[in-house]
Design a protein around this ligand. Structure first.
Ligand code: ATP
Length: 369
């Protein structure tokens, strides 16, 4: 097991005359045995970060250490890591057993029967013992993924690196494998960096998540902290489905003034805002409540545009001004429980509780409250 440290890591690529900064001054450390999920939209630099840790990509600047040893120039095969790819990358002409034992035969002097024992044990752990003599082409996608995992586990590395390992599986299998991977990682206690663009994987699997955008680290913290206390508007919008509602507002005394509504704030909230006056008010859909009638200034008369029933809950699209054209009116998305009956065209009162609001600096996106 090992710690992993990225200190001001930058990676640039040259594309003709253009310099592409794929990873921009990223610093983070991963504890011994920790499961870190690196998440972000396409092109944010997740894979490049992982490939630098793996030694598959050179580092332009910064320092990479595994267990306090600088490994910038250490070859991939000498870093004691094992990588699992989205494509599985199994050798098609080898049996499952050979796919799993190959790495050990190449990198150790262990006797054949010891390697066989380790492969059998790992096969048992992953429930693929009866597949060991088959070729990858005779396996389902889920089974191939298990073999790819088995090949990584059997090497007993210091660090697991996983690049979107579940994205080729169907939704049900992906959910099963999510749980199983977590259990395995827990049992084995191997430091793991797991790259995904899937926020469900990020929220459910990681001890902590590192959120990247445009090559820059936006936040690194536990999934719940990132969700409830996002460092900036990007993190707030990236996590959560449906996404957080945002409204451009201006601070005027003790009120946030938007295009079609005003929202009073108390002194405690006001104190967090400092000098900024161009702000963004954020509220998560599930924090909004529909109430019987309007009784305070945090409640708004609204009209229902669309209801999407999801079973246990409904996603309701509302607009503020009851007389406005829904196409042009400021809208709000609310998630309410599935038993509340609302239909398109209904007039409702929506409560935006002050203890659930987020406020961001309108210029920098930084979270202020
Ligand atoms: P995805 O989820 O789509 O795989 P990602 O977050 O893993 O995206 P990277 O693959 O790390 O993103 O790419 C980050 C940026 O670096 C992108 O703009 C990409 O086009 C660029 N990039 C990556 N590899 C190279 C390369 N070999 N040459 C030039 N540019 C590259």
């Amino acid at each position: 097991m090992a710690t992993l440290e990225l200190d001001s890591i930058t990676k640039t690529f040259q594309d003709g005359d253009e310099e592409i900064v794929a990873v921009d001054d990223v610093s983070l450390s991963i504890d011994d045995g920790e499961f870190l999920v690196v998440v972000g939209p396409s092109g944010c630099g997740k894979s490049t970060t992982l490939r630098m840790v793996a030694g598959l990509e050179t580092i332009t600047s910064g320092t990479l250490s595994i267990d306090n040893r600088v490994v910038n120039h250490v070859k991939s095969q000498d870093r004691d890591i094992a990588m699992v790819f989205q494509s599985y990358a199994l050798y098609p002409h080898m049996s499952v057993r050979q796919n799993m034992s190959f790495g050990l035969e190449e990198s150790t002097d262990l006797p054949d029967d010891e390697i066989n024992r380790m492969v059998s044990e790992t096969g048992e752990m992953l429930g693929i013992s009866d597949l060991l003599d088959r070729k990858p082409s005779d396996l389902s996608g889920g089974q191939q993924q298990r073999v790819a995992l088995g090949r990584a586990i059997v090497r007993d590395p210091e660090v697991f690196l996983m690049d979107e390992p579940l994205s080729n599986l169907d939704a049900k299998l992906r959910a099963e494998m999510r749980t199983e991977l977590q259990r395995l990682q827990n049992d084995l206690g191997v430091t793991t960096v797991y790259v995904t663009h899937d926020q469900t994987e990020a929220m459910t699997m990681g001890d902590r998540i590192a959120i990247l955008d445009g090559g820059e680290l936006q936040q690194i913290a536990s999934p719940l902290k990132c969700y409830h206390e996002p460092a900036n508007q990007f993190v707030a919008s990236f996590l959560g489905e449906p996404s957080m509602n945002f409204f451009d507002v201006a601070l005027d005394g003790d009120r946030l003034v938007g295009d079609v509504f005003e929202y009073p704030i108390d002194d405690e909230v006001r104190a967090d805002l400092g000098e900024a006056t161009d702000l963004v008010l954020g509220i998560r859909p599930e924090a909004i409540k529909l109430v019987e009638s309007k009784s305070d200034a945090h409640e708004f008369e609204m009209t229902v545009d669309v209801v999407e029933p999801m079973g246990d809950e409904n996603t309701v699209y509302l607009h503020f001004d009851p007389d406005a054209d829904p196409e042009s009116a400021e809208t709000l998305v609310a998630t309410i429980d599935g038993f509340t009956r609302v239909s398109e065209g209904d007039s409702v009162v929506a409560r935006i509780p002050q203890d659930a609001i987020h406020i961001f600096d309108g210029l920098t996106g930084e979270a202020l409250h």
